[in-house]
Write a protein that binds this ligand. Structure first.
Ligand code: ANZ
Length: 844
């Protein structure tokens, strides 16, 4: 009667499903009875490859918390669904000649099966897929809310056009002029595109970050992406003609240091002001710049050409030559700058390259401005009415002067651009709009939603460059509106980000046919209390979803201005990969360790091992199925969380799974006598004497697991449970009450095992429905000491341990501490020196 996860896990999963144990309540009375906790995972894109062990890391953490919160008496909403539109399914459809919906369904089925095997406590009754018509109907509905408010508009835009794919790409899909996925060349083209006016929300998207419990790094990335700059707009007249152009500057104080101006090659004035002598050179430069992706790379040498025209300095009236150069972007500010080479690095490099004058107007730098730009603080010099002022005061004074003389104003500028929202693809939400004969766009009436994806025979754009939806027949394309006007449907689809902008709201009320969600469910469940996912979504998904949420807030459809109150990023899980001298990869099952060296089992050839991202091509993908087949879901769950701090990047190691599996076996033996399958003879019905060490250890464990779990320090919570099981294993008798309380503590982490032992102890109810045990603070504070932990003699961590913990316990705790896990990076220690009561030194 050994611990056999293959038997007990499917059994309890079925019980939970039959009893609908994890259903989030829906009845008003149930909702009113308890506080709520909405805990959300970033839902996956169901790729063809299935899950690897990295995916469920965050899901395991949220599942522990979801179970814990239920035990604490919360109504918990813990849902799962599929971000199911996207290019990979469309590509697979072309390859395999199967409809993308079929491919997506196949992938979803695999993902669901794999996720279910882990025993997560999702409310599966709320499962959603962004590609199903009763979901995207509401995505389209929200799009129309944006359209009504003037936040969705069509513009002729320079876009990244990929001729090989026949589609535009988002900026973030393009690097160095190539599509990041395939390396296909990308060129710039003007095309009519749908845009979403996210820039109208720039200030609120920025300001509201302050109130969020999010990692600082993510908030900073969003701040940088929004890129707020405070400065001035200054107008320069063009000499000898009645034209003028504004520039944006963050340094109006340096106006007296401006020695030339630069226009972007795309600036509308370029053609008009260029002198005949410069015309040929300017035209050649403009044509060459048009073919390049905007801005070029940062360290590229500055290029440019003079227009032959001059600007008039707004204060001194001095003539400044006007150049054009591609380091000035048309898409930022006004596409024109005043160049101050003494105090701006880019301008300095340009001035040196083209021998333009450099004029120092801020003293106090240690460098000679002829050699390098002085970008720091100082006092203004050679600047008339600004002389002697510090930079900040001089900026305010200059803005006053500009405003008084009608030559400029204070101005705030954002780097954020409007969101390019149309894609020339098939597998996405059709944009619910028709084009009328007069060239205007009209919304599809709400009662005609969804605009369902039509069947087409080909997913490629048409020969004349129209999106694949243009292949649908006139039955689909031609629409008569209720007022009799006839139009042709928009054939662009939405980008993949659209569906994930609001899925957390559909989970509230997933089967509602009258509205995307009901007011009552939104009032009750929102905001999301904890959102867990990868840091790769730090900007785009999280910014787009915040934007939509704020629009919905303005439409009075949601009652909070932010969707996700607390955010946590799990660290990526890596894996060992093995390569021979020629760089060929081998699967771990072909590798053997001989004398501490990895060799190829068949030939004995030495291999190098490396910790890398899991990928098919490196043959180092570990699938959850193989782990569960060998050790069970509970061991897999525990190892996911015991590997190290959740936020840390760390490598998967099967030997680590083996370790937590042994822990589960020890826990099993606390209750079960393996010889006969009866209850262990050590279990006693007597009430626990409150002063025993075991009783104290229990209360410490209850408290530590609670505190650590809520702080998402799952690894140290597990280490504490290991300490308890060791104590209990060593104890001659085991009061049942103590074991019962411990099982409740263990149950969020290893729910199947806890459920099985709970039942064997004769408990009539499920442990999944049990409450969290109370701890007695008088017992949980113990004489503890601070244990210093060193690696190779260097202090790496300090943890609190019981004063009387034995050497073996100290060693285990030390090896599991954050500092050690981080320092060892998966390396095995050679020796562990324990000085009880003082320190542990780990030698590697
Ligand atoms: C004069 C000046 C003097 C500037 C100085 C800087 C330092 P951020 O912080 O990114 O907003 N700039 C303005 N529009 C530009 C464009 N379209 N393309 C490239 N550069 C542009 O930077 C604002 C500064 O970037 C502006 O302030 C301008 O250069 C430049 F000592 O104006 B500055």
């Amino acid at each position: 009667m050994r611990y056999d996860p293959a038997v007990i896990e499917p059994k309890w999963q079925k019980v939970w499903e039959d009893r609908r144990s994890f259903r989030a309540p829906t009845e008003p009375a149930e909702l009113a009875a308890r506080p709520k906790y909405y805990i959300l995972d970033m839902f996956p894109y169901p790729s063809g490859a299935g899950l690897h062990v990295g995916h469920p890391e965050g899901y395991t953490g949220t599942d522990v918390l979801a179970r814990l919160k239920r035990m604490q008496g919360f109504n918990v909403l813990h849902p799962m669904g599929w971000d199911a539109f996207g290019l990979p399914a469309e590509r697979a459809a072309m390859r395999e000649n199967i409809h993308p919906a079929v491919i997506t369904q196949r992938n979803v089925d695999t993902f669901r099966r794999q996720i279910k095997r882990l025993g997560f406590s999702y409310d599966w009754a709320r499962e959603i897929s962004t590609a199903s018509p009763d979901y995207y109907r509401w995505t389209q509905w929200i799009f129309l809310r944006l359209f009504e408010r003037g936040l969705a508009y069509v513009a002729e835009m320079p876009v990244n056009w990929c001729p090989a794919l026949g589609t535009v790409l988002a900026n973030e899909e393009v690097k160095d002029g190539k599509y990041v996925e395939t390396g296909d060349a990308v060129e710039r083209r003007n095309m009519q595109q749908w845009m979403l006016r996210i820039t109208a929300y720039a200030e609120r998207l920025l300001a509201d970050l302050d109130g969020l419990d999010w990692p600082d790094g993510v908030k900073d990335m969003q701040r940088n992406w929004i890129g707020k700059s405070v400065g001035a707009e200054i107008t320069f007249r063009v000499a000898d003609c009645d034209r003028s152009f504004p520039v944006f500057t963050t340094r109006p104080d340096t106006l007296f240091g401006a020695t030339y101006c630069v226009l972007s090659p795309e600036h509308p004035l370029v053609g008009e002001i260029t002198s005949p002598a410069q015309r040929a050179a300017v035209t050649a430069y403009v044509v060459a710049a048009a073919a390049k992706v905007e801005g070029g790379t940062a360290d590229e040498a500055k290029t440019g050409v003079a227009t032959g025209a001059d600007a008039i300095h707004p204060v001194t009236g001095v003539r400044l030559p006007i150049w054009i150069a591609d380091y000035v972007l048309m898409s930022y500010g006004h596409g024109a700058i005043m160049a101050v080479p003494a105090h701006d690095e880019r301008d300095h490099a340009f001035a040196v390259r083209f021998s333009l004058p450099i004029r120092d107007v801020v003293s106090g730098g240690t460098v000679d401005v002829q050699e390098a730009a002085h970008v720091g603080d100082g006092r203004l010099v050679s600047s008339q009415f600004l002389d002697g002022l510090d930079v900040e005061t001089a900026q305010a004074r200059m803005i006053e002067w500009l405003e008084a003389n009608g030559k400029g104003t204070a101005r705030v500028q954002y780097r954020l651009r409007d969101w390019l929202f149309s894609r020339q693809r098939y597998w996405g939400e059709p944009i619910p709009v028709v084009w009328l004969a007069d060239g205007t766009a009209a919304p599809i009436p709400v009662d005609q939603l969804p605009v369902a994806l039509p069947a087409v025979d080909e997913y490629r754009p048409t020969a004349d460059g129209k999106p694949p939806l243009a292949r649908a027949g006139d039955d689909w394309l031609v629409v008569t509106l209720p007022d009799g006007r006839v139009g042709v449907r928009e054939t662009n689809t939405m980008p993949q980000w659209a569906g994930s902008c609001w899925y957390y709201l559909r989970f509230l009320d997933p089967t509602n046919d009258d509205a995307p969600w009901s007011r009552e469910t939104e009032q009750y469940w929102m905001p999301v209390d904890l959102y867990v996912g990868g840091v790769e979504h730090a900007v785009l998904h999280l910014l787009y979803a915040r934007f939509w949420h704020k629009v919905l807030y303005d439409c009075r459809l949601v009652h909070t201005s932010e969707p996700f109150q607390r955010l946590f990023n799990q660290g990526m899980i890596l894996a060992y990969s093995y390569q021979d001298a020629r760089g060929k990869y081998y699967h771990p099952s072909d590798v053997e360790e001989r004398d501490g060296v990895s060799v190829l089992r068949t030939t004995g050839e030495r291999l190098t091992s490396q910790i890398e991202k899991m990928s098919k091509s490196r043959l180092n993908v570990v699938s959850p199925d193989e782990v569960i087949d060998q050790y069970g879901a509970d061991a897999m769950r525990l190892y996911e969380l015991f590997m190290g701090p959740l936020a840390q990047v760390k490598p998967w190691q099967m030997s680590g799974v083996e370790g937590v599996y042994r822990f589960l076996q020890r826990a099993w033996r606390l209750v079960v006598d393996e010889r006969n399958g009866e209850l262990s003879a050590r279990l006693s019905g007597a009430a626990p004497a409150s002063e025993t060490a075991l009783h104290r250890a229990l209360h410490q464990t209850i408290e530590k697991v609670l505190v650590d779990s809520e702080a998402l320090r799952f690894n140290t919570a597990i280490a504490q449970m290991m300490v308890f099981v060791n104590e209990a294993t060593a104890s001659a008798t085991l009061p049942r009450a103590i074991v019962r309380d411990f099982l409740r503590v263990l149950s969020p982490y290893a729910p199947h095992l806890a459920e099985e032992l709970w039942a064997r102890l004769g408990e009539p109810e499920l442990i999944a429905h049990a409450t969290w045990p109370a701890h007695d603070p008088a017992l949980s504070v113990d004489d503890t000491i601070e244990l210093v932990i060193q690696v190779n003699g260097k202090r790496r961590d300090a943890i609190t341990v019981p004063h009387d913990a034995d050497a073996a316990t100290l060693e285990r705790l030390a090896l599991a501490s954050d500092g050690v896990v981080r320092t060892l990076e998966g390396k095995a220690p050679r020796k562990v020196i324990v000085v009880p009561g003082r320190l542990v030194n780990i030698v590697v």
